[in-house]
Design a protein around this ligand. Structure first.
Ligand code: AR6
Length: 176
Protein backbone atom coordinates (compact mmCIF):
# COMPACT_ATOMS: atom_id res chain seq x y z
CA UNK A 1 0.00 0.00 0.00
CA UNK A 2 1.43 3.45 -0.85
CA UNK A 3 1.99 5.70 2.12
CA UNK A 4 0.09 8.88 1.18
CA UNK A 5 1.11 10.78 4.32
CA UNK A 6 4.89 10.54 3.83
CA UNK A 7 5.10 9.19 7.40
CA UNK A 8 8.75 8.43 8.07
CA UNK A 9 9.92 9.84 4.74
CA UNK A 10 12.11 12.92 5.20
CA UNK A 11 14.26 15.18 3.06
CA UNK A 12 17.40 17.19 3.79
CA UNK A 13 19.83 19.17 1.72
CA UNK A 14 23.30 17.82 2.46
CA UNK A 15 26.02 15.27 1.93
CA UNK A 16 25.22 11.55 2.07
CA UNK A 17 28.59 10.83 3.71
CA UNK A 18 27.63 12.88 6.77
CA UNK A 19 24.38 11.10 7.59
CA UNK A 20 24.26 9.40 10.98
CA UNK A 21 21.85 6.62 10.04
CA UNK A 22 21.89 2.83 10.13
CA UNK A 23 22.48 2.61 6.38
CA UNK A 24 23.45 5.04 3.62
CA UNK A 25 22.86 4.05 0.01
CA UNK A 26 25.65 4.40 -2.54
CA UNK A 27 24.88 5.23 -6.20
CA UNK A 28 27.55 2.79 -7.37
CA UNK A 29 28.41 1.14 -10.67
CA UNK A 30 28.43 -2.58 -11.37
CA UNK A 31 32.18 -2.90 -10.77
CA UNK A 32 31.58 -2.01 -7.08
CA UNK A 33 35.12 -0.63 -7.15
CA UNK A 34 34.36 3.08 -6.90
CA UNK A 35 33.81 6.02 -9.21
CA UNK A 36 32.86 9.70 -9.04
CA UNK A 37 29.93 11.53 -7.43
CA UNK A 38 28.35 9.85 -4.41
CA UNK A 39 30.43 6.71 -4.98
CA UNK A 40 33.71 8.64 -4.95
CA UNK A 41 32.72 10.59 -1.83
CA UNK A 42 31.68 7.44 0.08
CA UNK A 43 34.91 5.58 -0.68
CA UNK A 44 37.08 8.64 -0.05
CA UNK A 45 35.55 9.47 3.32
CA UNK A 46 34.73 5.91 4.37
CA UNK A 47 38.25 4.61 3.76
CA UNK A 48 39.69 1.33 2.45
CA UNK A 49 37.58 -1.09 4.48
CA UNK A 50 34.59 -0.46 2.22
CA UNK A 51 36.61 -1.13 -0.94
CA UNK A 52 38.14 -4.25 0.59
CA UNK A 53 34.65 -5.63 1.28
CA UNK A 54 33.50 -4.66 -2.20
CA UNK A 55 36.44 -6.58 -3.67
CA UNK A 56 35.48 -9.61 -1.58
CA UNK A 57 31.90 -9.43 -2.84
CA UNK A 58 33.23 -9.28 -6.40
CA UNK A 59 35.35 -12.37 -5.97
CA UNK A 60 32.73 -14.34 -4.02
CA UNK A 61 29.11 -13.59 -4.94
CA UNK A 62 29.39 -11.17 -7.90
CA UNK A 63 32.32 -12.09 -10.19
CA UNK A 64 30.65 -10.38 -13.17
CA UNK A 65 29.71 -7.27 -11.21
CA UNK A 66 26.48 -6.23 -9.51
CA UNK A 67 23.59 -6.08 -12.01
CA UNK A 68 21.65 -2.84 -12.47
CA UNK A 69 18.77 -2.54 -10.01
CA UNK A 70 20.29 -4.81 -7.37
CA UNK A 71 21.85 -3.94 -3.98
CA UNK A 72 24.48 -5.31 -1.57
CA UNK A 73 25.63 -4.17 1.87
CA UNK A 74 29.11 -3.58 3.29
CA UNK A 75 30.59 -2.00 6.36
CA UNK A 76 30.63 1.82 6.42
CA UNK A 77 34.29 2.21 7.44
CA UNK A 78 34.87 5.67 8.91
CA UNK A 79 31.48 7.06 7.92
CA UNK A 80 29.03 7.91 10.73
CA UNK A 81 26.56 5.39 9.24
CA UNK A 82 26.67 1.72 10.26
CA UNK A 83 26.35 0.17 6.79
CA UNK A 84 26.70 1.18 3.15
CA UNK A 85 24.23 -0.34 0.71
CA UNK A 86 25.61 -0.24 -2.82
CA UNK A 87 23.11 -0.19 -5.65
CA UNK A 88 23.58 0.25 -9.40
CA UNK A 89 21.22 2.70 -11.05
CA UNK A 90 20.30 2.51 -14.73
CA UNK A 91 21.89 4.93 -17.19
CA UNK A 92 19.14 7.18 -18.59
CA UNK A 93 18.09 6.21 -22.13
CA UNK A 94 15.61 8.10 -24.25
CA UNK A 95 14.94 5.08 -26.44
CA UNK A 96 14.03 2.68 -23.62
CA UNK A 97 11.97 2.92 -20.44
CA UNK A 98 14.26 1.82 -17.62
CA UNK A 99 12.02 3.18 -14.83
CA UNK A 100 11.46 -0.25 -13.34
CA UNK A 101 15.22 -0.68 -12.89
CA UNK A 102 15.42 2.64 -11.06
CA UNK A 103 12.48 1.69 -8.82
CA UNK A 104 14.24 -1.62 -8.20
CA UNK A 105 17.29 0.21 -6.82
CA UNK A 106 15.16 1.82 -4.11
CA UNK A 107 13.16 -1.34 -3.42
CA UNK A 108 16.19 -3.66 -3.30
CA UNK A 109 18.21 -1.24 -1.17
CA UNK A 110 15.37 -1.16 1.36
CA UNK A 111 15.09 -4.95 1.25
CA UNK A 112 18.82 -5.27 2.04
CA UNK A 113 18.48 -2.58 4.72
CA UNK A 114 15.59 -4.45 6.31
CA UNK A 115 17.55 -7.72 6.25
CA UNK A 116 20.49 -6.08 8.01
CA UNK A 117 18.19 -4.72 10.73
CA UNK A 118 18.41 -1.05 9.70
CA UNK A 119 15.71 1.27 11.07
CA UNK A 120 17.02 4.48 9.44
CA UNK A 121 18.18 4.71 5.83
CA UNK A 122 19.47 7.64 3.72
CA UNK A 123 19.26 7.75 -0.09
CA UNK A 124 20.90 10.03 -2.65
CA UNK A 125 19.05 10.79 -5.90
CA UNK A 126 20.16 7.61 -7.70
CA UNK A 127 21.04 7.91 -11.43
CA UNK A 128 20.41 11.69 -11.56
CA UNK A 129 24.10 12.65 -11.80
CA UNK A 130 26.62 10.94 -14.08
CA UNK A 131 23.90 8.51 -15.25
CA UNK A 132 21.83 11.40 -16.62
CA UNK A 133 18.32 10.61 -15.37
CA UNK A 134 16.04 13.69 -15.50
CA UNK A 135 15.63 14.97 -11.95
CA UNK A 136 11.84 15.36 -11.92
CA UNK A 137 11.29 11.83 -13.20
CA UNK A 138 13.98 10.44 -10.89
CA UNK A 139 12.29 12.15 -7.94
CA UNK A 140 8.85 10.81 -8.93
CA UNK A 141 10.14 7.21 -9.07
CA UNK A 142 12.18 7.58 -5.86
CA UNK A 143 9.31 9.01 -3.80
CA UNK A 144 6.66 6.61 -5.12
CA UNK A 145 8.83 3.55 -4.48
CA UNK A 146 10.06 4.57 -1.04
CA UNK A 147 6.52 5.42 0.10
CA UNK A 148 5.50 1.82 -0.56
CA UNK A 149 8.17 0.49 1.82
CA UNK A 150 8.65 3.22 4.43
CA UNK A 151 6.34 1.69 7.04
CA UNK A 152 9.05 -0.87 7.85
CA UNK A 153 11.48 1.88 8.96
CA UNK A 154 11.67 4.69 11.51
CA UNK A 155 13.00 7.04 8.85
CA UNK A 156 13.84 6.93 5.15
CA UNK A 157 15.69 10.12 4.31
CA UNK A 158 16.38 11.64 0.90
CA UNK A 159 19.67 13.56 0.93
CA UNK A 160 19.92 16.10 -1.87
CA UNK A 161 23.24 17.70 -2.62
CA UNK A 162 22.13 20.88 -4.37
CA UNK A 163 19.26 23.34 -4.10
CA UNK A 164 17.62 22.38 -7.38
CA UNK A 165 17.38 18.67 -6.60
CA UNK A 166 16.22 19.49 -3.07
CA UNK A 167 13.39 21.66 -4.45
CA UNK A 168 12.32 19.00 -6.94
CA UNK A 169 12.23 16.23 -4.33
CA UNK A 170 10.43 18.53 -1.86
CA UNK A 171 7.79 19.33 -4.48
CA UNK A 172 7.33 15.64 -5.27
CA UNK A 173 6.95 14.76 -1.59
CA UNK A 174 4.39 17.50 -0.98
CA UNK A 175 2.46 16.57 -4.11
CA UNK A 176 2.99 19.99 -5.70
N1 AR6 B 1 25.84 13.49 -1.19
C1 AR6 B 1 24.59 13.46 -1.70
N2 AR6 B 1 24.35 13.58 -3.03
C2 AR6 B 1 25.41 13.72 -3.85
C3 AR6 B 1 26.77 13.73 -3.39
C4 AR6 B 1 26.96 13.61 -1.98
N3 AR6 B 1 28.18 13.62 -1.43
N4 AR6 B 1 27.59 13.87 -4.47
C5 AR6 B 1 26.79 13.94 -5.57
N5 AR6 B 1 25.49 13.87 -5.20
P1 AR6 B 1 26.02 10.41 -9.05
P2 AR6 B 1 24.60 8.36 -10.61
C6 AR6 B 1 24.27 13.86 -6.04
O1 AR6 B 1 26.70 10.89 -10.28
O2 AR6 B 1 23.95 9.36 -11.47
C7 AR6 B 1 29.71 7.28 -10.18
O3 AR6 B 1 30.88 7.51 -10.89
C8 AR6 B 1 24.43 14.31 -7.47
O4 AR6 B 1 24.31 15.72 -7.55
O5 AR6 B 1 26.81 10.27 -7.82
O6 AR6 B 1 23.76 7.21 -10.07
C9 AR6 B 1 29.42 5.80 -9.99
O7 AR6 B 1 30.61 5.04 -9.83
C10 AR6 B 1 23.24 13.61 -8.14
O8 AR6 B 1 22.04 14.36 -7.96
O9 AR6 B 1 25.31 8.96 -9.30
C11 AR6 B 1 28.70 5.43 -11.24
O10 AR6 B 1 29.60 5.14 -12.30
C12 AR6 B 1 23.10 12.31 -7.35
O11 AR6 B 1 23.85 12.51 -6.16
C13 AR6 B 1 27.92 6.67 -11.57
O12 AR6 B 1 28.62 7.75 -10.96
C14 AR6 B 1 23.62 11.08 -8.06
O13 AR6 B 1 24.80 11.41 -8.82
C15 AR6 B 1 26.53 6.64 -10.99
O14 AR6 B 1 25.81 7.76 -11.44
Amino acid sequence: MPNPTNAGVTIVRGDITEQDVDAVVNAANSSLLGGGGVDGAIHRKGGGDILAECRELRSSSHPDGLPTGQAVATTAGRLPARRVIHTVGPVWAKSEDRSELLASCYRESLRVARESGARTVAFPAISTGVYGWPLDDGARIAVATVREEADDFDEVRFVLFDERSYEIFAAELSGR
